[in-house]
Design a protein around this ligand. Structure first.
Ligand SMILES: [Zn+2]
Length: 596
């Protein structure tokens, strides 16, 4: 026994030495930013094999689509001591370099970066946004190695903003303890407007690119409130420092969470509009809440990552949906939304799910698993066949929260589940959770079985019992469209080059039953010239369900006449109101759920 253990230890020590001798340094510079290029130099030393495989991730964590970042790489070269080395591509994202035991290898390549989004790199003469998983190569099998990154800003660019650790005394030079951290640390280079605030004992940097009519002092105060409320849920903030990279565009949106930073898209002139400002704060709340939910407390498949392939999980309804749900709780607790506004926002979210025909077809668990091929690759039929795990997950979070509050007479809620999960799986076991483990924790905190709940809402497509759940918490909910007999075709249309073209046919409607097709060019409705939005035409809205409507279309160059029998619009519009006459039991549930 002793000998065996000693042998294993020697082997382990040997492999650790050989690994730890490999040193990796990157240098990123820009000679043609106007043409959207970065030049990357990668130096490896301490190599002792005949060849080394360098790889580029095919996706970026948090955005569940294979994006093939290797397609942006060109002019790849490898050398050792100034002498060119032979290399070949051995996979779509893998370069094999034959270094013949040469210890040092230098690799140079260019990356084309011209895709504006929070998860892709973009470079122009004004700045460089380096989304790291699309910029840096990694040596196969050595994801746990540290690396250094030196940025050489283009002429006139003065600042670098990133969550990476700076190397003291070296300008624009950073370290990453391993490649997961490097790939989880985007880098903004340019002349961004930088300001800071401290909240929950952590220094936060905000780096604003693109200008905008934001009020720095107001943002500092408001963002700090959100940080403090999010931190309060988990009782600790996991960061030493945190960076918000904000891209302000004419029309911008979206965000991507990272380990100790985030990238947000916003609208340059939207900060003075109260509604848009609240939306920005909701985005801040969403991405900040991800610090715990998904960046640390995570489904089993989401870390350590496989950068070569899809990483499948059935739990994005927790990772993303609950994060969307917590936007509501954080805005409420930070004082940016009232309890009444919060319940109405949630009622609106329920209406969205119920008005999506795909919610009766695809479950939250299925939507999560198929994110790679469905949510991120939508087509004209997506709303008929899929449901967003953000929207459905938000509703599941709300129903679960109320159910827990009801079961415990307002003493516990979903915060307790998230906090206990963070403690049990991220901190103690240092691994992801399974769906069964998540369910078990909900049951432990609430003291009741959640099997029927999982069957209905997680794995099933049951209609949301909103009246029942709101009722538990003393909130009256009703469908304002109930009994509505407004006739409609159930088709979306838009004007394209002077013609009106069908863009969507909704499942179960007159347009669906009668065989109207997406891409049909509509020539007339009941003999009348067509308007851009067909369902709003008086000739439709003035009829009754059951009436026959004749539509003439051009399809593939042929003219067809289609008869459609109108149906009543089945959509709901839910209104939720806090009941002033709620019983003490209901009030206790509501206080347990929303705190007020
Ligand atoms: Zn998210």
């Amino acid at each position: 026994m002793k000998a065996t253990i000693a042998g294993v230890l020697i082997l382990l020590a040997a492999s650790m030495t050989s690994r730890s001798q490999v040193k990796i340094g990157f240098e990123v510079s820009f000679t043609e930013p106007q043409a959207h290029y970065a030049e990357v130099q990668m130096d490896l030393s301490g190599l002792d094999k005949d060849y080394i495989d360098l790889k580029m991730p095919v996706w970026t964590p948090g955005s569940y689509l294979v994006r093939e970042f290797a397609r942006n790489i060109e002019s790849f070269k490898a050398s050792s001591d100034g002498k060119a080395l032979r290399f070949e591509k051995v996979r779509k994202n893998t370069w094999r370099i034959y270094n013949n035991k040469a210890g040092q290898v230098r690799v140079n390549y260019r990356v084309y970066a011209f895709e504006i989004s929070v998860r892709t790199a973009f470079i122009d003469e004004s700045h460089a946004f380096l989304s790291s998983s699309g910029i840096f190569l990694y040596p196969d099998g050595m994801l746990n190695l540290p690396s250094t990154v030196q940025i050489r800003p283009y002429n006139g660019w003065k600042s670098v903003s990133t969550g990476l650790e700076p190397v003291p005394g070296k300008a624009f030079t950073y370290t990453a303890a391993n490649f997961d951290i490097l790939f989880d640390s985007p880098i903004e280079v340019g002349n961004q407007d930088i300001f800071e605030f401290t909240a929950s004992g952590v220094k936060h940097e905000v780096a604003m690119y693109g200008g905008g009519n934001y009020d720095k002092e107001r943002l500092k105060k408001d963002m700090a409130r959100i940080v403090e409320q999010a931190t309060a849920i988990y009782g600790e903030n996991p960061n030493k420092h945190y960076t918000f990279i904000v891209h302000n565009f004419q029309q911008g949106g979206g965000g991507l969470e990272h380990l100790n930073s985030t990238v947000l898209g916003s609208t340059r002139d939207g900060y003075s509009d109260e509604k848009k400002y609240k939306e920005f704060l909701a985005l801040v709340a969403h991405e900040y809440y991800h610090l715990w939910n998904v960046k640390r407390l995570r489904p089993m498949a989401l870390g350590p990552f496989d950068y070569d392939n899809e990483n499948y999980t059935t739990n994005l309804w927790v990772a993303e949906g609950f994060t969307s749900y917590y936007e509501n709780k954080l805005l409420l607790r930070s004082g940016f939304s009232s309890t009444q506004q919060t319940v109405q926002n949630l009622a609106d979210a329920i209406s969205v799910v119920m008005n999506t025909p795909g919610s009766k077809v695809q479950s939250a668990a299925e939507a999560s698993y198929d994110a790679w091929i469905k949510a991120y690759r939508p087509n004209e039929n997506s709303s008929n066949s899929t449901i967003s795990y953000y929207n459905k997950g938000e509703i599941i979070g709300m129903l679960m929260d109320i159910e827990i509050a009801k079961a415990t007479k307002g003493k516990r809620n979903l915060d307790d589940v998230m906090n206990a999960m963070y403690d049990a799986y991220y901190k103690k076991q240092q691994r992801g959770y399974t769906d069964a483990e998540f369910k078990a924790m909900v049951e432990k905190i609430s003291g009741i079985s959640f099997s029927p709940f999982w069957d209905k809402y997680v794995n099933g497509t049951d209609e949301i019992e909103y009246e029942k759940y709101f009722g538990y918490a003393g909130v009256t909910a009703k469908d304002l469209y109930k009994g509505n007999q407004t006739p409609y075709l159930g088709a979306a249309s838009k004007r394209v080059e002077g013609s009106v073209v069908i863009t969507k046919v909704i499942r179960g409607t007159a347009a669906w039953d009668g065989g109207l097709n997406v891409n049909d060019e509509v020539l007339s409705v009941e003999g009348l010239p067509v308007e851009a939005s067909i369902d709003k035409m008086y000739v439709i809205t003035s009829r009754k369900p059951g009436d026959l409507i004749t539509i003439m279309v051009r399809r593939d160059g042929l003219i067809k006449t289609i008869g459609l029998r109108l149906k009543a619009n089945p959509n709901v519009k839910i209104e939720a109101t806090i009941d002033p006459a709620a019983s003490p039991e209901q009030v206790a549930v509501r206080k347990g759920w929303l705190g007020q």
